[in-house]
Design a protein around this ligand. Structure first.
Ligand code: ADP
Length: 312
């Protein structure tokens, strides 16, 4: 089990992490989701013991990563955002080098073979790393994280810079690895976390703003409903007339193009304002081209959570 307890990290005057706490159970795949600059890499570096926190602690199965670095590190494999590869080595030479560096005790040849079969590296085992595609380099990064057969895998933005086919392959690989390892997957890409993770921790400006399953995060917004409206008319008078309708909480114009207005109206869950919208359009002389209602999507919730300003 990983326990992150009240971690704060300051870089000079800047607080990159502010009292961050969460835990990850054995066998879980946790998505650590947040926009760029939210503090994800800082948190990953602290969890793995690469940098220290200003205050707070990280425990791996009850052991502090800074107080017992050797015991905790041997249970962890880390794939940083930029994998530490030696380009003039072949894949085999590099993995053997990491094996020696980590003082691994497993049978070298068969263990390396197992990793390369699992990761899909057999075809390029004898090739120089500098001649590999970005997708294969990323696989080598995964392989180095697996050399010490760790219980826990920490993956920092593992699909950044990959093409769509490589992204699908790497996501499938993470799912496969999740069956044998506890995984923390840090990402700024919501669909990636949705596709792969059991639970999501959302971080924004150094603070945790959500920590739950996708289902429960959505359920937390169950009492809200959005009306999606495409209208034609003068933007300001359309928005004014919608805001005047009883039960409307917020009106946002997402796009105004070619005279068409793409509008989201946030209402209280029980309240159906569609008839009132129609009457407002009729009396205001503007047109409804399309209208439908639905609950907020996870993407909308994520945007809302990460738009909130830092408190204090
Ligand atoms: P993320 O991984 O979510 O993009 P980071 O953890 O890299 O976020 O950064 C969090 C914040 O801390 C950012 O504002 C970043 O500029 C700042 N930061 C990160 N590393 C350093 C550093 N070594 N020195 C100063 N500021 C840093």
């Amino acid at each position: 089990m990983i326990e992150v307890k009240n971690i704060t990290k300051r870089y000079g005057a800047q607080k990159a992490l502010d009292d961050v706490s969460f835990s990850v159970d054995d066998g879980e795949i946790l998505g650590f989701l947040g926009p760029n600059g939210a503090g994800k890499s800082t948190a990953m570096n602290i969890i793995t013991g690469y940098i220290s926190a200003t205050s707070g602690s990280v425990l791996i199965d009850g052991k502090d990563v800074l107080e017992q670095p050797q015991q905790t590190r041997k249970n962890m494999g880390y794939l940083p955002e930029i994998p530490p590869l030696y380009e003039d080595m072949t894949v085999k030479e590099y993995l053997y080098f990491i094996y020696d560096l980590k003082k691994c005790k497993l049978p070298k040849i068969s263990h390396m073979k197992d990793i390369c079969s699992l990761i899909g590296l057999n075809d390029v085992y004898g090739r120089l790393i500098k001649n590999l595609s970005k997708g294969y380099r990323q696989r080598v990064g995964f392989a180095q994280a697996l050399v010490n057969d760790p219980k826990i895998l920490i993956l920092d933005e593992p699909t950044v810079g990959l093409d769509p086919k490589q992204i699908v392959e790497i996501r499938d690989l993470i799912k496969k690895l999740g069956k044998r390892h506890t995984v923390i997957l840090s990402s700024h890409i919501l669909p990636e976390v949705q596709a792969v993770c059991d639970r999501i921790v959302v971080i924004n400006r150094g603070k945790i703003v959500a920590d739950d399953t996708e289902e429960n995060i959505l359920a937390g917004f169950d009492d809200e409903k959005n009306i999606y409206l495409t209208a034609q008319g003068d933007k300001q008078s359309v928005l004014d007339s919608l805001e005047a309708i009883s039960g409307v909480q917020k009106v946002t114009c997402r796009k105004a193009k070619g005279g068409n207005l793409d509008i989201v109206i946030k209402t209280a869950g029980e309240c159906d304002i569609r008839k009132a919208v129609f009457e407002s359009a009729a009396s205001g002389g503007w047109a409804i081209l399309e209208m439908h209602s639905s609950k907020p999507t996870l993407e909308e919730i994520f945007i809302r959570l990460t738009e909130q300003k830092e408190v204090g």
